[in-house]
Design a protein around this ligand. Structure first.
Ligand SMILES: [Ca+2]
Length: 223
């Protein structure tokens, strides 16, 4: 083996080590880049303020602690008893559409997280149409006409990409749920003949326990 060969091997080894060092700085749980450009990425929003395009209830604010896309997201924290913790957004009546968003649910979560689509108001009766519930035990429930039913699982302690596609709602009152790129199924909506116009994302109910770690929302798209 001549000196040139050894020098080339060392150079190649150095390059490999440099590559490894870069990889080591990346968390093992890092997800693939988003396949869409979010309508709401919260990157230009002011930290600790209400996210642009949404109304809030309870301790909800823009944060740079966690992000699915870019550096900022929306943080939900349960601090006070008897308080709802949520964001709401009116997007206008969409008989058929697709909602994409990402939620970080902490490993020690103690309460449900709800992703809900409504029609003319935010009242469960008569306007709740689609209600996806992320339970503290890692199960996903779909609120069907007969009540909430377990339909799949999500990952606690990491970001979960969630897609609610209601193209079939006008024809057969079902929607397709995808979680982290996998189809959970074509699921029945809670009510028939409805048109989604409002999004509500809620961390726990008013009477849920407080003190659980925070949930984060990022990369919201509605079309
Ligand atoms: Ca973001």
């Amino acid at each position: 083996m001549n000196k040139l060969t050894i020098a080339l091997m060392l150079a190649a080894g150095g390059a490999t080590l440099a590559g490894c060092a870069t990889t080591d700085e990346t968390p093992a749980t890092r997800m693939a880049s988003l396949s869409y450009v979010p309508t709401y990425d919260f990157e230009m929003d002011t930290l600790d303020e209400v996210p642009t395009g949404f109304t809030i209830s309870g301790p909800v604010a823009v944060s740079a602690e966690q992000a699915r896309s870019g550096n900022q997201s929306v943080k939900f924290t349960r601090i006070n008893d008897e308080e709802n913790v949520r964001v709401r957004h009116q997007f206008g009546a969409l008989p058929a559409g697709v909602l994409k968003l990402s939620l970080y649910v902490p490993s020690d979560v103690q309460v449900d997280t709800f992703i809900t689509l409504f029609q003319d108001s935010y009242r469960a009766d008569p306007d709740r149409i689609i209600d996806v519930i992320l339970r503290p035990n890692g199960e996903i429930r779909n609120r069907q006409p007969g009540g909430p039913t377990v339909v799949g699982k999500y990952q606690k302690g990491s970001w979960n990409d969630i897609e609610i596609d209601w193209q079939s709602l006008p024809s057969n009152n079902t929607y397709r749920l995808k979680v982290n790129g996998s189809s959970i199924g074509q699921l029945p909506a809670e009510r028939s003949g409805m048109v989604p116009a409002r999004l509500d994302i809620k961390y726990g109910s008013g009477n849920s326990p407080t003190g659980s770690a925070s949930v984060y929302l990022d990369a919201v798209s509605i079309h």
